[in-house]
Design a binder for this molecule. Structure first.
Ligand SMILES: *Cc1c(COP(=O)(O)O)cnc(C)c1O
Length: 397
């Protein structure tokens, strides 16, 4: 048996690879340069071009692009009127921003547990956590797989609750043949460099509601309007604009929009490559004792964002920490997605207690995300497989 690098053996890779990375081509660079040399760095026509493209891809009626995915979640909660006294049910295993957006508005995040197989929000637990104060659900398409949208929407319509789909991982995914972005009251995307398509920092809100669309647009830019219909003190004077609500500056620049438009041209290619890498990992890991694979959701035609492996403590005699450190020593740098949000010390100070979502807590202790992005070379994929096998064999019970 090969000795792991952490115990003095040879590492699988000398140059380390990380769990995620962007893919930028010359055509991306040229698209940005073209805007930089043009008249509009921000507030120009590339913004609405990008919004139209996002609507085309998702089938949503409206898009509002913003400076990042967190800003998108924030104005989504604001547009839905989340305020003090309101409860919002949030997936327990997600990036903190999915719950922070509720706090920004003075609302109370209520965490729902995840399913032990797919790691997406558990619809049964959502039902248990609904109270007369529940105003919305933030459901996260974890690793890119769509949440059970028809079930969640049914509950929302019955109980008069809004659905925000945090699609930071899932642009390009279809649920029952219909793209993510066209299902929920508001779907948010993130275009951070680790996500499927990127413009450095960026985000979007997708909605089919004209009313929500108007609010989201106002909130993106200070709450200031030039539309007379929206004004209280109506004036058609050329200089006149009016602030009608308290908004932010969450605008994105035209050169970022150009970068994202160029990236979206590659979405299909990225998605296909991600599927291909996933299939290779699945085939390699399914017979390794001690490695548990994430279940696929049959209704979700997924553009995968992360590849998560789970360690089986009954078959491995190492902790997750030991496995993680051993992989890093092999040159394969994983990451853990995520600590249950309420286990962050800030949330503990707010009064959230350990034990709230037992499946999320148990899952968190055993998972890690291994390198997974379209720019991975075949050699890097093989190295990653070899490293996981090597460590799992070494620690086998
Ligand atoms: C990345 C991410 C966000 C936040 O997006 P930013 O663009 O980084 O602000 C929100 N939710 C989830 C699930 C994410 O992965």
């Amino acid at each position: 048996m090969e000795k792991p690098a952490i115990f003095g053996g040879d590492p699988v890779r000398k140059e380390k690879i990380s769990y995620g990375k962007q893919w930028i081509d010359d055509d991306d660079v040229n698209a940005v340069a073209k805007i930089l040399k043009g008249p509009f760095l921000t507030g120009g026509p590339t913004i609405s071009k990008l919004e139209e493209r996002l609507c085309e891809i998702t089938g949503a009626k409206h898009a509002v692009v913003v400076s990042n995915g967190t800003a998108a979640l924030h104005i989504a909660c604001m547009a839905l009127g989340i305020k003090e006294g309101d409860e919002v049910i949030v997936s327990a295993i997600t990036f903190a921003a999915s719950a922070n957006c509720v706090l920004y508005c003075g609302g109370t995040p209520v965490f729902a547990d995840i399913r032990p197989d797919t790691y997406n929000i558990d619809v049964e637990d959502v039902k248990r956590k609904i109270t007369p104060r529940t105003k919305a659900i933030v459901a996260v398409d974890y690793t890119g797989q769509a949440v059970e949208l028809d079930e969640l929407l049914k509950i929302c319509r019955e109980k008069n609750i809004y659905l925000i789909e945090d699609g930071a991982h899932s642009i390009g995914t279809k649920y029952k043949g219909q793209p993510v972005g066209s299902w929920a009251d508001i779907t948010t995307f993130s275009f951070h460099p680790v996500k499927t398509v990127t413009c450095g920092e960026g985000g979007a809100c997708m909605t089919n509601s004209e009313e929500l669309y108007k609010k989201l647009k106002l909130l993106r830019s200070h709450g200031i309007t030039r539309d007379m219909d929206e004004m209280v003190n109506k004036s058609d004077a050329g200089w006149y604009n009016e602030q009608v609500m308290l908004g932010y500056n969450y605008r994105i620049t035209d050169f970022q929009a150009a970068l994202l438009l160029s990236q979206l041209d590659k979405l299909k290619r990225f998605s296909d490559r991600r599927k291909e890498i996933r299939a290779r990992y699945d085939a390699a890991f399914k017979d390794i004792p001690g490695i548990i694979l994430q279940e696929c959701i049959p209704e979700s035609d997924t553009t995968w964002h992360l590849y998560v492996i789970r360690l089986d403590p009954d078959k491995l005699k190492c902790s997750r920490r030991e496995f993680f450190d051993a992989l890093v020593a092999e040159g394969i740098c994983p990451q853990v997605h995520y600590l249950p949000v309420y286990r962050h010390s800030y949330y503990e100070k707010l009064g959230y207690k350990k034990g709230l979502c037992p499946v999320a807590e148990a899952t968190y202790e055993q998972i890690m995300s291994i390198p997974f992005y379209p720019a991975l070379t075949d050699e890097e994929i093989e190295d990653t497989i070899r490293a996981v096998k090597k460590i799992a064999e070494y620690y086998r019970k």
